[in-house]
Design a protein around this ligand. Structure first.
Ligand SMILES: Cc1cc2nc3c(=O)[nH]c(=O)nc-3n(C[C@H](O)[C@H](O)[C@H](O)COP(=O)(O)OP(=O)(O)OC[C@H]3O[C@@H](n4cnc5c(N)ncnc54)[C@H](O)[C@@H]3O)c2cc1C
Length: 398
């Protein structure tokens, strides 16, 4: 016979599952109003889906991680991951809005009470968009701690000089978190010291020391090069401690990896849906191509890998929500899911034969989009290096 506490646990799990199901179903309904023709049009025009992002914000889906006391719904990463997965599964591109969820986490965990009271309710309501973070530089790439953009204290201000690259959504945000060097690298006891994180008001900065150049790229991701030339910002815009800004950014990264993993699971499920339906309906040699095991098996294999990755995403999200260490799980989730979605994308292309290349089938757009996640926000090699060195205690390579 089950004990009372087992009964209670099961009831809590059932409630949680029905909450997740309700979130998934509501996101699906919202996304259904923005069909694949809409996303194809955005891709063609390199347009920004402001109406989609606004609706997602107004419905509260981008603020699920903001605590209720700051105007959000105070849910966990598991729920946030469900939102992002469903967005991707619908055929949409979550890259237009995902950063708001995890960038906000740095403000939540490291902001002063004053910063939190000021920014978070406005972000939750959609009055302020926090969609960008500026870390990557052309000269340092994955070697983030060596970045050279500087922020020099001058009275009540910091003065910023340097360059960033691949900064996404900067033209469609009000705020950006920026990682800049505040003390020389040579004087630091550890590689990650000497960097600080700042909240930049992008609207005020553009034309006053910040110049933006869009990068023409393979997907519609709204990424830009940024040039800082004596940009002055108030000293109060420092987020967290001076010289300890790497941790401020890093703290958002586990959430980012889990959410990107969830997006890849959504992409993977999108490709499997399309491939299995097409294989069941397309007739060649007088029978559905899906009757051939040469067509069936790769789809079944891709499905299996996406489902396995989904379990790691779920495990990482649950550990994050329980405040348990989750760096290993978050990195593994992102790597497994990005590889599984890419395999599903490739299988989906192959299953559709020549029609996969026709834009009206939408597969080639998603194929391009899902490829990103083996490179950004962290490349597969760097994930493997993290696992080898930090989980398996093998010698450091850099
Ligand atoms: C569309 C897009 C959007 C992006 N958006 C943002 C954004 O909003 N904000 C932001 O800050 N950045 C953003 N980025 C940057 C992204 O995070 C970087 O591209 C990524 O971290 C890889 O850095 P890199 O391109 O400089 O590659 P590099 O660091 O030059 O690496 C190139 C290759 O070498 C491999 N490599 C490098 N060093 C090692 C090593 N020691 N061992 C083994 N392999 C190694 C890498 O795995 C990679 O495959 C974006 C990038 C893209 C393409």
């Amino acid at each position: 016979m089950e004990s009372e506490s087992q009964d209670r646990n099961r009831a809590a799990q059932d409630d949680n599952q029905s909450d997740l199901d309700a979130i998934r179903s509501a996101v699906r309904s919202l996304c259904a109003r923005y069909n694949e023709e809409y996303w194809l049009q955005m891709d063609r025009e390199q347009g920004y889906p402001a109406d989609f992002v606004d609706e997602l914000t107004r419905a509260g889906f981008l603020s699920v991680l903001i605590p209720a006391q700051y105007g959000g719904s105070g849910l966990g990463l598991l729920e946030a991951a469900a939102v992002m997965e469903e967005v991707c599964r619908s055929g949409a591109h979550a890259g237009v809005c995902h950063a708001q969820m995890y960038v906000m986490g740095s403000v939540l965990r490291h902001g002063s009470e004053q910063q939190k009271q000021y920014y978070l309710p406005k972000i939750a309501k959609g009055e302020l968009r926090l969609q960008s973070f500026g870390v990557t530089e052309p000269g340092t790439g994955s070697d983030t701690t060596q970045l050279t953009t500087t922020a020099r204290r001058d009275g009540d201000e910091f003065v910023i000089n340097g360059q960033k690259v691949w900064i996404s959504r900067i033209e469609h945000t009000d705020l950006m978190l920026l990682l800049a060097r505040t003390s020389p690298a040579a004087q630091q006891t550890s590689k990650s010291r000497g960097l600080s994180t700042f909240i930049i008001d992008v609207r005020q900065a553009i034309g006053n020391g910040l110049t933006i150049h869009p990068i023409e790229s393979m997907i519609n991701h709204h990424s830009c090069e940024l040039f800082f030339d004596d940009l002055r910002i108030p000293a109060e815009n420092l987020l967290g401690e001076l010289d300890a800004g790497f941790k401020v950014i890093l703290d958002g990264m586990n959430a980012e990896r889990v959410l990107i993993g969830a997006e890849c699971v959504g992409d993977g499920r999108y490709f499997i849906d399309k491939a299995s339906q097409y294989a069941s309906n397309r007739e060649v040699f007088g029978r559905p191509i899906g009757k051939n095991q040469g067509v069936q098996f790769p789809i079944a294999r891709a499905y299996t890998q996406v489902e396995a990755a989904a379990l790691m995403v779920e495990k990482a999200a649950k550990r994050f929500d329980a405040n348990l260490p989750c760096g290993a799980e978050a990195n593994m989730a992102k790597m497994l899911a990005s590889e599984a979605s890419w395999q599903a994308a490739d299988v989906c292309m192959q299953t559709h034969g020549g029609f996969a290349f026709a834009k009206e089938y939408h597969i080639e757009r998603k194929f391009r989009e899902t490829r990103l996640y083996q490179i950004a926000p962290i490349s597969t090699n760097l994930v493997l290096s993290y696992i080898a060195e930090h989980v398996l205690d093998m010698p450091r390579s850099y």
